[in-house]
Design a protein around this ligand. Structure first.
Ligand SMILES: *[C@@H]1O[C@H](CO)[C@@H](O)[C@H](O)[C@H]1NC(C)=O
Ligand SMILES: *[C@@H]1O[C@H](CO)[C@@H](O)[C@H](O)[C@H]1NC(C)=O
Ligand SMILES: *[C@@H]1O[C@H](CO)[C@@H](O)[C@H](O)[C@H]1NC(C)=O
Ligand SMILES: *[C@@H]1O[C@H](CO)[C@@H](O)[C@H](O)[C@H]1NC(C)=O
Ligand SMILES: *[C@@H]1O[C@H](CO)[C@@H](O)[C@H](O)[C@H]1NC(C)=O
Ligand SMILES: *[C@@H]1O[C@H](CO)[C@@H](O)[C@H](O)[C@H]1NC(C)=O
Ligand SMILES: *[C@@H]1O[C@H](CO)[C@@H](O)[C@H](O)[C@H]1NC(C)=O
Ligand SMILES: *[C@@H]1O[C@H](CO)[C@@H](O)[C@H](O)[C@H]1NC(C)=O
Length: 414
């Protein structure tokens, strides 16, 4: 009797310790980390993954360009409490109608250091000291599991069209999603501007079992290959640039959650452990400044057409990214979900601009094994904080659609 009890206890303990991973409980299946995409940041990008809480520390919540009364806002404002702001904006159930903006305490035009985020460790790929990813698992039942990898950057650097930099915004949420069937990765979604691309898992480049994806210079749109990625926005050709720069392993600095939908646009998040904050996932406001008024000296209203601006509004958070999908693609009305089984052919340079910047305490020089060349000015002790374009009008990658005739095509920020 005694021997048999002892045996089953120790067996139980062995099984439990074999299944438990650091950072997560058994509610997050191992395959979610085993097949998590690895992200190549662009070799010239200086606006790197950033700590999610740090965004709160470096901003204040504003409504109509005015700080909310201090007495109404939790202090310090923590991720665990962020959803308490919804009521201050009467946000209801509608993200688009939520007028709360996490607004930079610093003048963004002066390029404050916190916009730059954290360079991943060149050996491990971890953004040390910065929680820069949220991994959200939606188990649909019947063996179908979607794992969302939500990537956070403090700043989106826009692009230059006709000599004008357009489409900057504070805060940038991007994501990939891997769809699993019985624990086997089947397909992968990559967010790009207002939409994105889906690939079969087999089609993607890999490191071991892990897909490799590329985060575009400045915009952080995700692509399957390195190079220049063009798209037509009305009459203008818009480019993104990707390259095998520093490798980021988002799983090493992530919060983990499960998600159970209650409607098409809402649900319940359960954190993987008691130290993981959850309230922020229900926040309906924006993770950056509201688009500056045309009267603001920092702002540029492109061609006076009220279609594209130098500074645009920050994005909504993960809950607004379609967390309960039928297909691997989000349901954007009228757009069929096509899953590509071969990699696209890209061409052209992955070097869009010459970027220099001042040093920051969070910044370090990549050394060696980043997976690509560290030939950008990042490594060269820059002496100014200018961001200059050497490539003129070729680089528009604003997250808007526009035409010269004043028709707004799309206004979604992904
Ligand atoms: C943000 O502020 C909180 C509360 O003051 C503090 O505990 C935390 O260390 C800060 N985080 C960052 C990344 O600055
Ligand atoms: C926003 O503030 C401006 C100036 O203070 C005011 O004229 C305007 O009515 C306000 N808008 C809203 C929606 O409260
Ligand atoms: C989501 O549901 C929570 C309750 O779980 C509610 O407080 C919140 O307003 C809802 N948000 C949206 C965008 O529907
Ligand atoms: C953009 O439009 C041009 C002219 O119609 C066309 O040749 C080109 O293939 C298009 N590029 C993309 C990426 O759709
Ligand atoms: C844009 O419009 C404003 C007033 O609406 C005017 O003062 C300004 O000169 C215009 N700028 C250009 C470049 O046309
Ligand atoms: C979630 O998505 C599944 C699959 O598309 C659908 O069957 C289900 O009704 C959705 N749940 C909610 C609450 O919308
Ligand atoms: C997709 O969204 C449209 C509305 O844009 C809705 O009518 C349709 O039912 C949705 N489809 C699915 C599968 O959720
Ligand atoms: C690094 O640079 C060398 C020399 O310019 C080039 O041959 C090589 O392909 C580059 N490697 C990557 C990963 O970009």
């Amino acid at each position: 009797m005694r021997a048999s009890v002892a045996l089953s206890l120790s067996l139980g303990a062995t099984i439990a310790s074999a299944q438990l991973q650091p950072r997560q409980t058994t509610s997050i299946p191992d395959f979610v980390t085993n097949y998590a995409p690895l992200v190549y940041l662009d070799q010239n990008d200086v606006y790197l993954p950033s700590d999610i809480q740090a965004q709160l520390n470096n901003t204040y919540p504003a409504l109509n360009y005015t700080a909310l009364p201090k007495a109404d806002v939790p202090s310090p404002l923590l991720l665990s409490d962020l959803e308490q702001l919804n009521i201050l904006g009467n946000c209801g159930q509608n993200f688009d109608a939520c007028p709360i903006y996490l607004t930079s305490k610093d003048n963004v035009a002066t390029d404050p250091p916190w916009l730059y985020g954290v360079l991943p460790d060149p050996v491990t790929g971890k953004t040390v000291g910065a929680r820069s990813c949220a991994i959200i698992v939606n188990d649909h039942g019947g063996g179908l599991v979607d794992a969302y990898y939500m990537y956070f950057y403090a700043f989106n650097y826009g692009s230059v069209v006709l000599g004008q930099l357009l489409g900057n915004h504070v805060g940038d949420w991007e994501h990939s999603m891997v769809r699993f069937k019985e624990g086997i990765p089947i397909s992968v979604w990559l967010s790009q501007h207002e939409y994105g691309q889906a690939f079969t898992y087999d089609a993607l480049l890999k490191k071991g079992p892990r897909p490799i994806i590329y985060s575009a210079f400045g915009s952080h749109a995700n692509f399957a290959v390195a190079g220049t990625h063009s798209r037509n926005v009305s009459v203008v050709t818009v480019n993104d640039y990707t390259s095998p720069g520093p490798v980021w392993d988002p799983t090493l600095s992530a919060y983990f959650y499960t998600y159970t939908p209650s409607s098409a646009t809402n649900g319940t998040f359960v954190p993987s452990d008691a130290t993981t904050p959850t309230g922020w996932l229900y926040f309906e406001g924006r993770w950056g400044d509201e688009q500056y008024l045309d009267s603001d000296p920092r702002q540029v209203n492109f061609l006076n057409a009220s279609i594209a601006w130098k500074y645009e509004t920050g994005p909504t958070g993960p809950l607004d990214k379609g967390l309960n999908r039928t297909d691997v693609c989000p349901n954007v009305s009228g757009t069929p979900c096509t899953t590509l089984s071969v990699l696209p052919i890209t061409s052209g340079s992955s070097i869009p601009v010459t970027v220099t910047r001042t040093t920051s305490s969070q910044y370090s020089v990549p050394t060696g094994t980043g997976g690509g060349n560290s030939t950008s000015s990042r490594s060269a002790g820059p002496t100014s904080s200018t961001l200059t374009s050497a490539n003129g009008a070729k680089g528009l990658n604003v997250k808007i659609g526009f035409s010269f005739w004043g028709v707004v095509v799309a206004l979604l920020v992904w």
